[in-house]
Ligand binder design. Structure first.
Ligand code: WQD
Length: 358
């Protein structure tokens, strides 16, 4: 098994992927600046993986107790070359064989309000990481990209060949990092990389011990449905009832976070076994569900009513975004296995046990 560096491993997708990677036998070093998270998810990951509690080490890192330590955690920033050097050299027994890069900012509305902060963290941070990888002689990378970079698609389902046409700063930063990787692949030897374009990640680990814990007010639909169901918010605002869809509400491809984590495990395994290449893969279910469909399934699964009202469309929204996941299925032998009911059940279990996050 491999020693892997996980940037942003304390975040929603990152923490769930860390657990999946540990269960597959890999050892991990996580670097996270805790700007959008905290160490708590990784304490939960260590417990769920049966590795014992994370303890503070003389080096200032945190680590699971048994040598060789399966999980190390460094509070650091990918924009700091010294923090990255510490992360790459954190294990006394193993070199980092591959990097899974989750660290970044991901709220569309926030990116509109603070574009330079998004370009700094998402793009400048990724450049620093790639430079550190080249310096350390590690050229295997899985990048957390997003279907947001497709913008307003001409047609659905969306294949990887669809034009990249981001319509907000967040999407532009994802497209810029993708281009950085393409330039490396085309002009430098030895890079093995996968650009994974997520559709709409939702749900939580079935234990209820890991989940989505957005800092501040969430803007994504699924966390808001949970807050309304729990009574923390009075009513869900549905952005537009007049979309050209079956019931007039927006359609999206919701993917269970555990399926997404498995897609990352499969991708990094494939890269480590294969010659240099640049993969670009959609990670979605290939099935679309409207806002009202999701609300109704959530109510059925949880038994909790979700009050809603129709309001004006949200600027930048599209009517329908659904993945064509066939390339990921072909290349990785990966396919989603969780239903919309599973997403609602697991997400609600997390919400009930952690009403205010970690
Ligand atoms: C889903 C649907 C809304 C909130 C975002 C970002 C990006 C990406 C995926 C990482 C749409 C509707 C929403 C609400 C609503 N993540 N909605 N009322 O916009 O598809 O994508 O998440 O890359 O963060 O692109 O997700 O959950 O915001 O919206 O009616 O209060 O729910 O109009 O149809 P989106 P979302």
């Amino acid at each position: 098994m491999a020693h892997l560096l996980i940037t942003g491993g304390a975040g929603f997708i990152g923490s769930h992927t860390c657990l999946t990677l540990l269960e597959a036998g890999h050892s991990l070093v996580v670097i996270d600046n805790f700007e959008g998270s905290s160490p708590e998810p990784l304490h939960q990951v260590a417990a769920l993986a049966g590795l014992g509690p994370l303890e503070q080490l003389a080096t200032g890192l945190w680590g699971t107790p048994d040598e060789p330590r399966q999980l190390l955690l460094l509070q650091g920033d990918i924009r700091s070359s010294s923090d990255l050097e510490r992360a790459f050299n954190s294990s006394s027994t193993a070199a980092v064989e591959a990097v899974l890069h989750f660290a970044g900012l991901k709220a569309v509305a926030e990116s509109i309000a603070e574009p330079l902060r998004y370009w700094d963290t998402n793009v400048a941070g990724s450049r620093c990481l790639l430079q550190a990888m080249a310096t350390q002689g590690c050229r295997t990378l899985v990048f957390s990209s997003s279907a947001t970079l497709y913008g307003l698609p001409d047609s659905v389902p969306i294949a990887e060949s669809a034009p990249v046409r981001p319509i907000n700063p967040y999407g532009h930063t994802k497209a810029a990092v993708e281009q950085m990787l393409a330039d490396l692949a085309a002009n430098q030897e030895g890079w093995r990389m996968a650009r994974l374009r997520y559709f709409n990640p939702v749900g939580a680990h079935p234990s209820g011990c890991l989940g989505e814990a957005p800092f501040g007010q969430p803007s994504n639909l699924f966390p808001l449905i949970n807050l309304v169901a729990q009574g923390q918010k009075p009513c869900l605002k549905i952005y537009g009832l007049d979309w050209p869809t079956a019931d007039g509400t927006g359609v999206r491809d919701y993917i269970h976070v555990m399926d997404l984590a498995e897609g990352h495990r499969a991708a990094v395994q494939r890269l480590m076994n294969d010659p240099p290449q640049l993969l670009t893969l959609n990670l979605g279910t290939g099935k679309g569900h409207s806002v009202l469909e999701l609300v109704r399934v959530f109510e059925k699964v949880t038994g909790r009513p979700v009050a809603w009202e129709g309001v004006e469309r949200r600027p930048g929204d599209s009517a329908c975004s659904i993945a064509d996941p066939s390339l990921a299925q072909e290349v990785l032998g990966w396919a989603t296995s969780h239903s919309l009911e599973d997403m609602c059940r697991d997400g609600w279990r997390w919400q009930v046990s952690h009403p205010h996050g970690y």
